[in-house]
Write a new protein. Sequence first.
Length: 215
Amino acid sequence: MPDFYFASMSPPCRAAHLVAKAVGVDLNLKPLDLSKGEQNDPDFVAINPQHCVPTLVDGDLTLWESRAICTYLASQYGKSDSFYPRDPKTRARVDRLLYFDMGTLYDRFGKYAYPVLFGGERPDPAKLEKLHEALGWLDDLLAGSSWAVGDRFTVADCVLVASVSSFEAGGIDLGSYGRITTWLEKCKTSLPGYEEVSAQGLAIFGGFAREKLSK
Ligand SMILES: N[C@@H](CCC(=O)N[C@@H](CS)C(=O)NCC(=O)O)C(=O)O
């Protein structure tokens, strides 16, 4: 059973955990408390010198970067190729969303929220606007299919919902994105293990982020 080092509050950890639930692979859960700096313990740094979560250890493979973990779990343990489709064009559409999430959507959220949450700055409306621009693109990308790519859920849904649910928990107004809100509700009710994986971390994140970001 793969070891999975994680923190429930972390969106990339929830994304990888959701993929594990979707493909039905059991993980040996190893929670780290980032607020106590447990990621810097020498034993963990020996496993992942970059000291970040999620980190997966599966036999002789030690892997970090959540989206790589997601596609690995889907490829290695998926009973069909539906979670990470082999068809090159369908896979390209899934990959586009994984890169979009990392390089644009979550990146813009991080640039907006992290200086406020961890640096004591006031929320910057220009950075919020950039996040809303990315949300508008996601809303457009969701046109014409019931899941992020096509009519079955893929690793892209697990990755995107980990981000978007964190935005929601942090009080970002999603009300003007009809497709995103419909898709988000579907993820919440249909993705295997969604509540188990997400509820605690989102509650903790929302508890401290919502108020700070609303000022
Ligand atoms: N791009 C990475 C980001 C990983 C990351 O920054 N994780 C944070 C938690 S969300 C972390 O481990 N922070 C503690 C540290 O870097 O020391 C991924 O998607 O896995």
